[in-house]
Design a binder for this molecule. Structure first.
Ligand code: SAM
Length: 320
């Protein structure tokens, strides 16, 4: 048989000796390797037509395995609780993670799942749907062109309370969804009482814009030095935005942790906020939020997206 007549999996099996695998994994046991995931990695563009992997693709390959390893315990604990875990990937873009999760459900974890990838861009949604079809993953994942806010609004308007219970999202994810799309994803999780969320925020431009205006208006507080310096403003805005997200999530019934989700050499935007719903709405987290809000001179977009009931609780703290 010539090389061109071999199936892709056979080509990968020939190319990927244990020594070559060790070179890209550093000897670690990865969930997806170029042997068990040859077709998947090819569909994601990480393996070339000859089954080799470019240096860039190796970086992405390490990143996706790291992400799957991080998500695995959470996903498996949800799988043990629900007949089919429902996951919403907000701002899925090219859907690396969405497709990877679907593939792992089918090939590794062997559990049913309903994964939905949504994005406002119809071109990336068409591409993602084709990838899923090429890998025959349609029973595990579907895609739709819609914004996070519209996805939730539509469900509220068209489904009864009982229907909404049965379409409730168990896990909300949003990786580098632009600016306040992260807040939309968190608001959806809070409103749906989702069991967990995992968000890696992107450009926290909202607070930076507000601070720029406040700086021009000569706002004074303990944080004036950050607010008035463009360089310090850029870095501190992302940290403060995420700190405020953490506090609002704690006040909305979640236990939250902030971790690095890929080594910082791979991407500077590597903060992952994960939340597990415990149902204890921490009042002191809202007190802390109100204090921070006062010192920073403004709140964040997530505040405006809270349910009417949650907003009343928050306003009692802010107006105190
Ligand atoms: C930087 S990309 C990240 C894509 C993917 N999650 C990843 O990590 O590779 C951000 C994506 O979010 C989408 N997006 C931005 N705002 C959105 C919104 N409000 N609702 C849904 N998608 C949104 C953009 O179209 C874009 O595809």
């Amino acid at each position: 048989m010539t090389v061109t007549q071999l199936s892709f999996a056979q080509k990968a099996a020939q190319h990927w000796t244990q020594e070559r695998i060790r070179k890209i994994t550093g000897g670690k046991k990865y969930v997806i390797d170029p042997l068990n995931g040859a077709e998947l990695l090819r569909a994601l563009g990480l393996l070339n037509s000859d089954a080799g992997m470019s240096a860039d693709a190796v970086r992405k390959y390490v990143q996706i395995n790291h992400m799957i390893a991080l998500m695995e315990p959470l996903v498996l604990s949800l799988s043990a609780r629900f007949p089919a875990v429902r996951i919403l990937d907000c701002g899925c873009g090219n859907s690396y993670l969405t497709i990877l999760l679907a593939w792992c459900f089918r090939e590794i974890w062997k559990k049913p799942a309903q994964i939905i990838g949504i994005d406002t861009r119809s071109d990336v949604i068409a591409k993602s749907a084709k990838r899923a079809a090429d890998l025959q993953l349609q029973d595990f994942v579907s895609f739709e062109t819609v914004s996070v806010a519209d996805f939730y609004r539509r469900r509220e308007q068209t489904e009864s309370a009982d229907e909404r219970k049965s379409t409730r999202i168990h896990l909300v994810i949003a990786l580098h969804a632009c600016d306040t799309a992260t807040d939309d994803a968190l608001a959806l999780a809070f409103a749906d009482k989702s069991d967990a969320f995992a968000v890696a925020p992107c450009c926290q431009a909202e607070l930076a814009g507000l601070w720029r205006k406040m700086s021009a208006e000569n706002f004074k507080s303990a944080f004036s030095v950050l607010i008035n310096s463009p360089e310090l403003r850029r870095d501190s805005c992302s940290t403060f935005t995420d700190a405020m997200r953490v506090l609002l999530a704690r006040g909305s019934g979640y236990e939250v942790t902030a971790t690095e989700f890929v080594p910082s050499a791979h991407t500077p935007k590597n903060r992952l906020l994960t939340g597990n719903r415990r149902g204890n709405y921490l009042d002191n987290a809202l007190d802390e939020y109100a204090e921070l809000r006062q010192a920073l001179g403004t709140g964040i977009a997530l505040e405006q997206r809270l349910s009417a009931e949650a907003l009343v609780r928050l306003n009692q703290k802010i107006l105190r």
